[in-house]
Design a protein around this ligand. Structure first.
Ligand code: ZN
Length: 291
């Protein structure tokens, strides 16, 4: 058994009774600075969740506020194993967009967290990378809805908005692909806390794997469909994981958010998941939160 003690990004690992200083194996970059959501409240939690795995050394790249000159925003994506986007706002400079696409195409990992799926409706490569997005004027021109019907994925090209949700509600997450590294070993069904249940996402949906869905009942403002809320996209050699959960820092305390997020980030960074199922994992009927 390994026990880890934390001093900044260095881990003091107890191995066979001897303490050794170990660098986390992966470098992660969280991107924020603009978002119609409370990015100032969520980024520190995302950072902490990554660091507590012992797998990531985490940097944050914060853009200038909305309406500023964005020409100086040039994160060095290629220095990282995974880029976690908590960004939704003004377009990035062409050079930065190009560098991001190259990074992913060459094998970089990406995690798209919650409202980052609303960023850049008019940037075609970004939409291919994220697979599905919402809001920002997205509609049938953005691509199909991805539906889970009768035990399989159905692409639905019917016209309509891209992105929406009913009022905050607790819901059950259902694993649809149990053989993916991110979901392997997780119970098939587990409860999440009250949160936004994203629906009607649409996009190119190329090379997309639905890992988990949540049913969005009509009487609670939903589509009456099983909505994809955890999914992956392969873009070039890059691995992309999208998690639609986690409206504010409060919802990030839900173990139904924490575990898929931590595992998804490791998979995006490396292609594998080494994290065990924690003992406080939610049940089919009961959500679990951490302090
Ligand atoms: Zn939200």
């Amino acid at each position: 058994m390994q026990r880890r003690h934390w001093f900044g990004s260095l881990a003091l690992v107890l191995l066979g009774g001897v303490f050794v200083l170990a660098q986390p194996p992966y470098k992660a970059l969280i991107i924020d600075g603009q978002n119609a959501h409370d990015w100032k409240g969520t980024t520190p939690v995302l950072k902490q969740l990554l660091e507590e795995t012992g797998l990531f050394q985490v940097d944050v790249a914060t853009s200038l506020p909305k309406g500023s000159d964005m020409s100086g925003f040039k994160p060095n994506f290629s220095a990282y194993h995974v880029v976690v986007s908590n960004y939704q706002g003004d377009p990035w400079p062409e050079e930065t967009k190009k560098a991001f696409v190259e990074y992913v195409r060459n094998g970089g990992g990406v995690v798209i967290y919650h409202f980052a799926c609303a960023a850049f409706p008019d940037w075609p490569e970004y939409n291919e990378i994220i697979g599905l997005g919402g809001w920002g004027g997205r509609n049938e021109k953005s691509g199909p809805y991805v539906r889970w019907r009768d035990g399989k994925v159905v692409l639905d090209y019917s016209p309509g908005r891209g992105g929406g949700h009913g009022p905050m509600q607790a819901f059950q997450v259902v694993i649809r692909e149990p053989n993916h590294p991110i979901t392997q070993g997780l119970p098939e069904k587990f409860m999440h806390v009250e949160d936004e249940l994203y629906g009607w996402l649409r996009g190119p949906a190329k090379n997309l794997t639905v890992l988990a869905t949540a049913f969005a009942p009509k009487e609670k403002g939903g589509s009456d469909e099983h909505e994809p809320i955890l999914f992956t996209v392969q873009y070039g050699k890059g691995r992309v994981f999208q998690i639609a959960l986690g409206h504010t820092a409060k919802e990030l305390k839900s173990v139904a958010f924490i575990v898929p997020f931590q595992r998804g980030a490791e998979w995006a960074a490396s292609g594998k998941v080494t994290q065990p199922l924690p003992p406080d994992f939610p049940t089919e009927t009961e959500a679990r939160v951490r302090p």
